[in-house]
Design a binder for this molecule. Structure first.
Ligand code: URA
Length: 235
């Protein structure tokens, strides 16, 4: 679909609309190979080049990140270093801006999706869609198999929550290591679930989100996913 050039470049974080009007901030902008000066023309995004390069993700962004421990999932700089610093600077100036699909705590590592597709964020974080998320938790003392039933019951209600949690699946892998599968994503949910039963989570890592896993990605590494990754899913 054709879009106004100044608006397109501003939305993709290249420059403000004002800068676009005043010579594109010094960038060499071409449409179908011909350099243009008029920022108000309507263009097909895939015909535009900036300094000879095609536009950066004009249709949207979806990436899979292995979130390292120590970074927050917030755009508020007062909260400290964030995952957004791992991506090209221009992505933070996009409108809509990139955002994580749900959040992982500063002290939690693992699989995190980041996108500028707000509908996708909504769909993947809504408990209605029951996307399973698998976490590996290391506890400070040996697990009790009775936790399996407690977490699966659908009646466990955490302090300050208004409703019980949806059933969660707990698999004990080692005396102090468990895998837990959730279909919702409440604030600090895994840590609070274990704490409610008297266990302290020493480390927490998300291994899986729906059908997606980290593969060989090292902490802080990310790779792109096709925007159609969830297209075949309901809703
Ligand atoms: N549960 C937590 O306690 N923390 C996370 O980051 C994710 C799930």
């Amino acid at each position: 679909m054709k879009r106004r050039l100044d608006q397109l470049l501003a939305n993709l974080g290249y420059c403000s609309r004002r800068e676009a009007r005043r010579g594109f901030g010094g960038m060499r902008v071409a449409v179908e190979g011909d350099v243009v000066k008029d920022s108000a023309i309507k263009v097909e995004p895939d015909t535009v080049t900036i300094d000879g390069e095609p536009l950066d993700h004009p249709d949207g962004i979806l990436v899979l990140l292995n979130k390292p421990i120590g970074l927050v999932c917030s755009h508020d700089e007062r909260e400290g270093p964030s995952i957004y610093g791992l991506f090209p600077g221009r992505w933070r100036r996009r409108n809509p801006v990139i955002t994580s699909v749900g959040r992982l705590d500063k002290d939690t590592s693992g699989l995190l999706l980041v996108t500028d597709q707000s509908q996708l964020v909504h769909r993947l974080t809504s408990p209605k869609h029951k996307v399973p998320k698998v976490y590996r938790a290391t506890l400070s003392r040996d697990l009790d198999p009775a936790l399996i039933e407690t977490f699966a019951s659908g009646t466990l209600q955490l302090e300050d929550d208004k409703a019980p949690l949806a059933p969660a699946t707990l698999t004990i892998r080692e005396p102090r290591v468990a895998e837990i599968t959730l279909i919702e994503g409440k604030y600090h949910q895994v840590r609070r679930m274990f704490a409610s039963q008297g266990w302290h989570v020493e480390s927490l890592h998300r291994e899986r989100f729906g059908d997606l896993t980290l593969g060989d990605l090292k902490p802080s590494e990310w790779h792109e996913l096709p925007l159609t990754t969830f297209a075949d899913k309901q809703g």
